[in-house]
Design a protein around this ligand. Structure first.
Ligand SMILES: [Zn+2]
Length: 417
């Protein structure tokens, strides 16, 4: 008995020596939490918060991945067990691409902290098998100015083909280098009461170049996980972009949520990630204090995020099978490529490239013009020739075919393979 006690004391002493003093610190709180929702977390507060989490948790690392025009950092936070077993799912959270939609960012910051400090077995197991990547503020200059666009007024969420902005380029590089299984994109929207006013709307990639299994997983994420989790916490949910009849709930009009490839939600599918857009409602529907409404905005996002972690945990095998197979399918180089349409909007004949070329030949000038963007997208080139036979097959015509609405260059189609 005495011997056992001695060993326990020795083990305890050893563990006290091994654990740095700051690990025992109280978890940091965001400016939003400190003010009980009265104001949004400032950028200096965000930096202090992330630095504190990074110092305190061996599961977390924070990397600077870019710098905005106004000299603010773009950061990628990685959360996962330090000694990673072999294959793990990767989930990427992209928070507040639109600077005037702050609640997603608040949900992301507290999620980072809560995953970093969690001691329960379930979260530990989750982090043994999942790497959570977070870009907590995807548009720091826009957040500072409370504007939708960046400091040049460019909407980053329409820049995922052209990659003209630092913010868009940085996100493209993260997606290329990390190849996330899931890309979860947090936004907010303005309500049209009675027709379009749920606490949360979500939407999967509608772009028709999304692999069927990846598309199905994204719909499953929405309908079987995110919406039930949010509803269970008391929040109403619906499909982004669709007005519904206040009485029957039937869809009556589509106002947003198309299939265009410039949007991250759609680009996620084209790049073989299970994408989901989530939008919390900005306005209160009843007369409540601003802080109360702000807390609803953030808490609804947090409730939806629980659905995302449930999805990742329960379906990890199916998710990996879908994204893994989709990443290989381009090498078979078969099937049409769509330059228009959506999963709820059949393409016109002119929007279907039924028999795509083997590739596109660029002039030296065109190549010089677009080579950096091709590289950021992760498109493989052979000199000035860009073959379709590659993982990102459908992206090649979207970038280089003159029929694609947002093409970067009109390459010469090569049909003689
Ligand atoms: Zn938005």
């Amino acid at each position: 008995m005495i011997r056992a006690l001695t060993l326990t004391a020795a083990a305890l002493a050893a563990s006290l020596v091994a654990v740095p003093a700051h690990a025992a610190d109280t978890p940091p709180r965001t400016g939003f939490e400190e003010s009980d929702g009265a104001r949004w977390t400032s950028q200096p507060e965000e930096q202090d918060f992330l630095a504190a989490v990074d110092r305190a948790s061996s599961r977390v690392s924070v990397a600077r991945i870019g710098t905005t025009k106004q000299d603010r950092p773009l950061q990628l936070v990685r959360i996962g067990a330090r000694h990673a077993p072999h294959a793990r799912n990767k989930v990427l959270l992209v928070c507040s691409q639109h600077g005037d939609e702050p609640s997603g960012r608040e949900a992301c910051l507290t999620t980072i902290r809560d995953l970093a400090y969690a001691k329960d077995e379930r979260t530990r197991r989750f982090l043994d098998r999942t790497t959570v990547l977070v870009v907590p503020t995807a548009n720091p200059d826009g957040r500072a100015a409370d504007t939708r666009g960046n400091s040049d007024g460019v909407d980053i969420n329409r820049d995922h083909i052209a990659l003209k902005t630092t913010e868009g380029r940085t996100l493209a590089a993260v997606i290329r280098d990390q190849r996330p299984d899931v890309i979860y994109d947090l936004h907010e929207y303005g309500a049209t009461p009675r027709y379009y006013d749920k606490d949360l709307f979500d939407l999967w990639p509608r772009n028709l170049n999304t692999d069927t299994a990846v598309h199905d997983e994204a719909e499953t994420l929405s309908q079987a996980y995110v919406r039930p989790a949010a509803q269970g916490a008391g929040y109403s949910t619906g499909t982004y972009g669709i007005w519904t009849d206040p009485v029957t709930g039937e869809p009556i009009r589509q106002v947003a949520g198309d299939g265009q490839e410039r949007i991250l939600r759609n680009m996620s599918g084209i790049k073989h990630s299970v994408g989901l857009l989530i939008e919390s409602r900005v306005e209160p529907l009843t007369d409540v204090a601003e802080a109360v409404n702000n807390r609803r905005r953030v808490n609804s996002q947090l409730a939806a995020l629980k659905g995302l972690s449930g999805f990742t945990d329960e379906r990890r095998g199916r998710i990996e099978a879908a994204t893994g197979k989709a990443r290989l399918e381009g090498y078979a180089d078969t099937g049409p490529v769509y330059v228009g349409g959506a999963d709820n909007d059949p393409p016109e004949p002119a929007e279907v490239i039924q028999d795509p070329p083997c590739g596109y030949r660029l002039t030296p000038e065109q190549y010089t013009e677009v080579k950096d963007e091709l590289a950021l997208h992760g498109v493989t080139t052979r000199g000035t020739y860009v073959p379709l036979r590659q993982s990102l097959r459908a992206l090649v015509p979207l970038l280089l075919d003159e029929r694609a609405p947002y093409h970067l260059a009109a390459g010469e189609p090569v049909t003689d393979c």
